[in-house]
Design a protein around this ligand. Sequence first.
Ligand SMILES: Nc1nc2c(ncn2[C@@H]2O[C@H](COP(=O)(O)OP(=O)(O)O)[C@@H](O)[C@H]2O)c(=O)[nH]1
Ligand SMILES: [Mg+2]
Length: 462
Amino acid sequence: MAGSQRYFRYILFAVLALVVIFFISASSGVGPGQGYTQKASDLLKGQGSLYQGSGSNSVPAGGAPDAGQDSKVGSGSGSNGDANPTLDSDVKSAAAPQHTDPSSLPPSTNPHDTTSPNPNAPSLHAGQTPPLGQKAPGPRMNATFVTLARNSDVWEISRSIRQVEDRFNHAYNYDWVFLNDADFDDTFIKVTTALTSGKTRYGKIASEHWGFPSFIDQEKARKVREDMHERKIIYGDSVSYRHMCRYESGFFFRHPIMLEYEWYWRVEPSIELFCDVSYDPFKFMADNKKKYSFVLSLYEYVETIPTLWDSVKGFMKAHPEHIVADNSLAFLSDDGGESYNHCHFWSNFEVGNLDWLRSKAYVDYFDHLDRDGGFFYERWGDAPVHSIAAGLMLKKEEIHFFNDIAYYHVPFTHCPTGEQVRLDNKCHCNPKNNFDWNGYSCTKRFFEVNKLPLPEGYEKEQ
Ligand SMILES: Nc1nc2c(ncn2[C@@H]2O[C@H](COP(=O)(O)OP(=O)(O)O)[C@@H](O)[C@H]2O)c(=O)[nH]1
Ligand SMILES: [Mg+2]
């Protein structure tokens, strides 16, 4: 009896030892984003459902919730026609949104801390993207990809999705929201659902968000389109392009489906991603208190926005309370705000914070611009509209340049500066095509305004 008790004690001891070894190895395992994961999981304790409060019961300004094909659920998970669906269980485990409160993080004092790639952050070591089929460890943000598209864009958006999935999302499985002013057809839904690893959702845009507001003089708008057509201004005669720009400027973040999220990554048809994204950009944004980001910047085509800055000045006068002290006015203007230098972040790529776009400051700004009519009497693009907002209403350090996200949208390429970054991230872009240090880019100005050190090796890539 004494002998069998001894054996029992040995076995108990061995089991305990195994449990201890398991916990030690689990907590010291090396994986992408490991440092962040540890820190964030502490922060996440007790905050799991905060994101639900980000407006999911609201309706968009100006009316009833959007009608249409909300929430067709992809990834073979069946479909759900509710306007505010609950996540089904297998999707939930893959993409369970969680909320990190960035304000609880200590402020950074080192400029490198908030650059990407960050040479001081061991957790962001490149080249560690999990192999296809393997999930990245750690929490997920309450985030989604978002694409505005027509049914005819299906094959072009498929190319984009495939690249985003292969380079990043296969390991993270974030949701993907598709928005359209018409009903999505079966082919679009079938093909895009098959390509994405997270949940897909399809929303129809409310007609009041995609049309002429009542205060627009149709005759005046028509004459402008004719004139722009004569002057061969790109998309100058297009009504739908104007609706698109206005929608991206003022409404996509208020679509009922988008109200459920805190972060978005905008993806357009026919883009390319040339490098692995070996960490979670949403989490990077949250952890570093970023609200808006870009990969390419350039000068806007002046003919499309002749009076945009006048309208912005009107807004600044009417709402001085929305202009933050430590802003990026110097990125937008060379004369202290008298005139616009036309620099803007190219908004076909954006990773940003939806709560900021839904803030009173941004909505007041959009409403002011909208009333001035330039979306129809000129051809204001959402890129300068977003950029000016970010430049005036965000603190400098809340805007982020992702050097390590390599990107192409016709006709410009952002290929990361620095050979090691490109090798680590398995990039296939030619650094000679990088637009950043070209005279038509505003990226160098962004670095100057923010007093950031230029990325290593930029001189060789000018
Ligand atoms: N649903 C819908 N999407 C549109 C329409 N026009 C453009 N888009 C989308 O809006 C985004 C910008 O349009 P795009 O043609 O790429 O403009 P560009 O990048 O400025 O040349 C893309 O995601 C398009 O798919 C439209 O009339 N309806
Ligand atoms: Mg495009």
